[in-house]
Structure formats: C-alpha cells, structure tokens
Ligand binder design. Structure first.
Ligand code: R1P
Ligand code: URA
Length: 236
C-alpha cells in the first residue's frame, strides 16, 4: 500500500486512465474493461484493474485540482512503477470553436497554479503531452466514424473552478487556449520529472461562453468517446 492508494505491488497496471471523478473511474472499469477488480477504496477514490482487448490497464480516480491529482500520480509513478497515464476528464469550453461534448486532446497545458512556479523558481516551464500518446490519440480520434468533433491544442489548468478574476480567461483565449480544467498541467510536469508518459483528453461538459452544460450524471457516465480514444492511444 502507498499512503493514499490501497493496492499491493503489482496490482496496478503499467498504463492508467485517470479521471478526476472516482465514480467515472468505476463506470469506465465496469463499461470498458474485462476481469475487473477494485484495488483501492481509500478515501472513496476508487482504483480498478482489468483488461482491454487483452491488455492490462488500471483506472484511478484523482480528485479535483492539481494538489489532489499530484498525490495519486506521485504514488502511481514512485510506488507502483506506472509508465503511462492518460487523464480522461471533463472541461469547460472557452471559445466558440469548441462545443459541448466535443473532445479536447491537450497538446500542452497553461496554469495559474503556484506548483510549477515554486518548483522552477519563477521560470515558466511549459508542460506538454507525451508526443507518442498525443499522436496515438489524434489517430484514434481521426479513425472514428461519426464521432464527436475533436480538437488538439492548449488547455488551461486552473486552481479555481470559481475564479476570482474570470476575465483573465479571455486573455488565454486570445493566445489559443481551447478549454479550462484543473489537472493537466501538473500531470504533464510530473510525467516529465519521472521520465514517464502522460496525456490529457477531456470532454467538454459545459461552455463558459454560451452557458450550456451537462448534468453530473452525464459527466460521470456518458463521456465514453474519450475513454475509447485514450485506450486506443495507450494500448492498441
Ligand atoms: O471531471 P474531472 O476529471 O474531475 O475534471 C474537471 O472537473 C472538475 C471540476 O468540476 C475538475 O477536476 C476538472 O478538471
Ligand atoms: O474545471 C472545469 C471543468 C469543467 N468546466 C469548467 O468550467 N471547469
């Protein structure tokens, strides 16, 4: 067991899907994987291991925000020797170019978090996705017939779901940011630190410009396209 994950060594697969919502983790495991077993219920942050098309894979909830996610990712890398992590999250669209339920594949992630500023003494580190996973995800998304629109580009990993200065998002949009979520930037930085692979794929759950939104039940149980893209990119 690690401090926050109740698995024995060897119980977590080298490839992990990482939703923020632990109940999305449960839904993914039950919907997409075979031979599923739950390896952790610590703090209700479920983790499951199963197989997809014969490949071992785990699904671990990360919680909301970079501090929570970083706890699980640090332990997955250092205590369980995980090699690849694909975040399968929800995000808010910040531009008309992106619609609700579209899939956003994050090539890089800006942030307002102090985590990197502390780590790099104020220098702006640029957290980017693993290129192999990114290419695999784009190819998987392109191969889907009749799938939702998908976009590849920058996202913004915010420390605040309810920002004190929402107008700052407008500046990010001018510089190409497509959507906002709360974890990818620190995930990419941790993967670089540990020499592992990471990618964030998010489904748009709500639109900051139009106000359109999905329900919590939809965010938990209906964002399956990004899961199939993630599994194909990481394992096929
Ligand atoms: O749906 P998840 O994966 O949790 O992702 C998004 O949803 C949460 C906010 O509602 C944040 O964690 C944000 O990144
Ligand atoms: O972090 C998030 C996730 C979904 N929608 C948002 O507006 N923010």
């Amino acid at each position: 067991m690690s401090t926050h994950i109740g698995a024995q060594p060897g119980e977590i697969a080298p490839t992990v899907l990482l939703p923020g919502d632990p109940l999305r983790a449960k839904w993914i495991a039950e919907t997409f994987l075979d031979d599923v077993r739950c390896y952790s219920e610590v703090r209700g942050m479920y983790g499951f291991t199963g197989s997809w098309k014969g490949h071992p894979v785990s699904v671990q909830g990360s919680g909301m925000g970079q501090p929570s996610m970083s706890i699980y990712v640090n332990e997955l890398f250092t205590d369980y020797d995980v090699q690849s992590i694909v975040r399968v999250g929800s995000c808010g669209a910040v531009t008309d170019r992106v619609g609700v339920r579209d899939v956003v594949i994050a090539s890089g992630a800006c942030t307002d978090s102090s985590m990197n500023r502390i780590a790099f003494h104020g220098i702006d580190y640029a957290p980017v996705a693993d290129f192999g996973l990114l290419r695999g995800a784009v190819e998987a998304a392109e191969a889907r017939e009749g799938g939702s629109p998908f976009h590849v580009g920058l996202i913004f990993s915010s420390d605040s779901f309810y920002p004190a200065r929402p107008e700052l998002l407008g500046e990010m949009v001018k510089y190409g940011v497509l959507a906002v979520e709360m974890e990818a930037s620190a995930l990419y930085t941790l993967a670089a630190k540990h020499g592992r692979r990471a990618l964030a794929i998010c489904t748009v759950s709500d639109h900051i410009v139009t106000g359109e939104e999905t329900s919590s039940q939809e965010r938990e149980q209906t964002f399956g396209e990004m899961v199939e893209i993630a599994l194909t990119a990481a394992l096929a």
